[in-house]
Design a protein around this ligand. Structure first.
Ligand code: ADP
Ligand code: ADP
Length: 221
């Protein structure tokens, strides 16, 4: 079952910069897809098109058979809730605890207090942070902060997780730990798309790899 489909997708930014050209891509439920490429090759743009942060200049982006171009307002928000996103710089709220950072997503989606409490501990356990629930982000290492951001991305159980250079700010040990957690999530059925320019990370996996070069996508492995 295809959950993400790009059909001849191009993206030209308003300043004339062509970030992607004629991309064709199909991601199936349960895939773990690596997308590599140098800085500026279009990796972030590709993910932004998947979660509707940018719109294609040409072609179609389909998520679960819905054409993103046709979605606005509530229907777009609803689709976006099906997609967890993790960024290189974590994007945690500094003056909120780990618990609050993760709970916020559920609260914003109207979950009850009881349901939020029911979900939080298992999610924090999954990323190995159940003992850090009351810490503030600045009290955590980079690897731990990234694990909080992963918990936040998956706490509402989205079927699709996008990770944009999730290990970009981490040392090799922490990078592999983050990869291990993502593998675990993939094993329980979450489809994952991960961008990276870290060759070592790519070598640590046997999953399919695609490479972006100047806005063109190639099967690399
Ligand atoms: P918007 O696209 O809504 O105007 P942005 O903050 O995305 O707002 O971009 C503002 C301008 O800054 C863009 O029109 C673009 O020219 C420039 N810009 C933003 N990000 C980049 C980038 N990564 N590389 C080159 N130019 C950029
Ligand atoms: P990567 O994630 O691989 O570093 P990006 O998708 O961020 O690549 O960028 C691809 C190309 O598009 C780059 O040349 C970048 O400068 C340009 N770009 C990215 N965002 C914007 C923007 N908002 N406005 C204009 N150009 C942009």
């Amino acid at each position: 079952q295809v959950i993400v489909s790009f059909n001849q997708v191009s993206k030209v930014y308003r300043n004339g910069c062509q970030a992607l050209e004629a991309i064709n891509l199909q991601i199936r439920r349960g895939d773990f897809l690596f997308i590599t490429g140098a800085s500026g090759s279009g990796k972030s743009t590709l993910l932004k098109l998947m979660y509707g942060e940018e719109r294609p200049t040409q072609g179609e982006v389909m998520i679960n058979d819905a054409n993103l171009a046709g979605l606005r307002g509530d229907r777009l928000s609803k689709l976006r809730r099906q997609i967890g996103v993790v960024f290189q710089d974590y994007k945690l709220i500094p003056r909120r605890t780990v618990f609050e950072n993760v709970a916020f997503v559920l609260w914003a989606q109207g979950f009850t207090r009881k349901e939020i409490h029911r979900r939080l501990l298992p999610t924090l356990k999954l990323v190995g942070l159940h003992t850090k629930a009351d810490c503030f982000p600045e009290e955590l290492s980079g690897g731990e902060q990234q694990r909080v951001s992963i918990a936040r991305a998956i706490v509402s159980t989205p079927p699709l997780l996008l990770a944009d250079e999730p290990t970009g700010n981490l040392d090799p040990d922490n990078s592999l730990q983050v990869l291990k957690i993502l593998k675990k999530l993939n094993a329980i059925g979450i489809t994952i798309v991960l961008t990276t320019h870290d060759e070592q990370l790519v070598r640590a996996t046997r999953d399919p790899v695609m490479q972006l070069r100047n806005g063109h996508l190639f099967q690399a492995r």
